[in-house]
Design a binder for this molecule. Structure first.
Ligand SMILES: C[S@@+](CC[C@H](N)C(=O)[O-])C[C@H]1O[C@@H](n2cnc3c(N)ncnc32)[C@H](O)[C@@H]1O
Length: 282
């Protein structure tokens, strides 16, 4: 059978690159043309359109909010799994014990690009283990992509996504699927309820009015941003942190040479200067 799928021209690729940069700060490298084509092609076919330009004409209409969100969902990359970069979770356990010992009050953690939820549920397991299932802690989890948030709220995963979870956590925090759910796990509803998911674009994170955080996980998303976007996002994100609070980034990411009120403690762990005055980039 002949394949009549439209081809994404260089000009069309440039338009979608600008679109995702403007909407999400995602700076797609020039070599990602075929990735953009494959991610949008099914949608274009579904809508019965004959070109990427026709899809762009649809997206650019002021009323096309839902379709723009759908395109953002398609163009963002959401790779994640439970206990990814486990050193962060060893450190988290020590840090929440320390916070509990030095002061009363709620330990507040934010997973700021949470994808399908494996990261915030991993954080929840560590906090439940350290401070108790009904302990004084809260987790907020946000992402720009509404499709991944729906998956996160459902809290059902393939066993493969959970395979790095320590064995003694399986019994406590997962329900094993049977019959048609064979090969799947569900996060215990009691634990899943402790994570508060919402839709948030990091480009507007200064508008996240959920109080200030002791610990922020901002992992494996800075790689998609250029230096100016990183600086803007992080300046604003620092205004959401408590003085002396911690920021964790992915091990392959860097804040090198960015003028921020953060002190590096480990290659992917930073501490907000206690004297930092909140304000941020407007
Ligand atoms: C690769 S996943 C990382 C998930 C998790 N933090 C981890 O390390 O496993 C990157 C996530 O960042 C989200 N993202 C990209 N741009 C964003 C933005 N401007 N605001 C909020 N989330 C964004 C994507 O939707 C995606 O779910």
């Amino acid at each position: 059978m002949l394949n009549h799928d439209p081809v994404l021209s260089d000009e069309e690729f440039a338009i979608f690159r600008q679109f995702i940069f403007r909407e999400a700060g995602i700076d797609l490298p020039a070599g990602k043309r075929s990735l953009v084509q494959s991610r949008l092609s099914k949608r274009i076919r579904h809508l019965g359109l004959d070109s990427y330009s026709a899809y762009w004409q649809m997206l650019r209409k002021p009323t096309a909010h839902a379709e723009r969100q759908r395109a953002i969902n398609l163009l963002s990359t959401n790779e994640t799994y439970f206990f990814r970069e486990p050193q962060h979770f060893h450190w988290l356990e020590q840090e929440v014990q320390h916070l509990r010992d030095i002061r009363p009050g709620t330990v507040r953690v934010w997973s700021a690009a949470c994808s399908t939820g494996e990261e915030p549920y991993t954080i929840a397991m560590v906090l439940a283990e350290t401070l108790g299932m009904n302990g004084n802690w809260r987790i907020y989890a946000t992402d720009i992509n509404t499709k991944v948030l729906a998956i996160a709220k459902r809290a059902v995963y393939s066993v493969d996504r959970a395979r790095r979870t320590p064995p003694h956590f399986w019994q406590k925090y997962f329900l094993r699927g049977r019959d048609e759910y064979e090969g799947m796990v569900r996060v215990m509803p009691e634990l899943a309820r402790r994570v508060d998911f919402s839709n948030l674009n990091l480009l507007h994170c200064n508008k996240f009015h959920q109080g200030e955080f002791d610990i922020v996980f901002l992992r494996n998303v800075l790689i998609y941003f250029n230096e100016a976007t990183k600086l803007e996002v992080l300046s604003n994100l620092c205004t959401r942190m408590k003085g002396g609070g911690h920021l964790l980034i992915g091990h392959s990411e860097s804040l090198h040479k960015l003028a921020l009120p953060l002190t590096q403690e480990e290659p992917s762990r930073y501490r907000l200067d206690a004297s930092h005055i909140r304000g941020g980039v407007k």
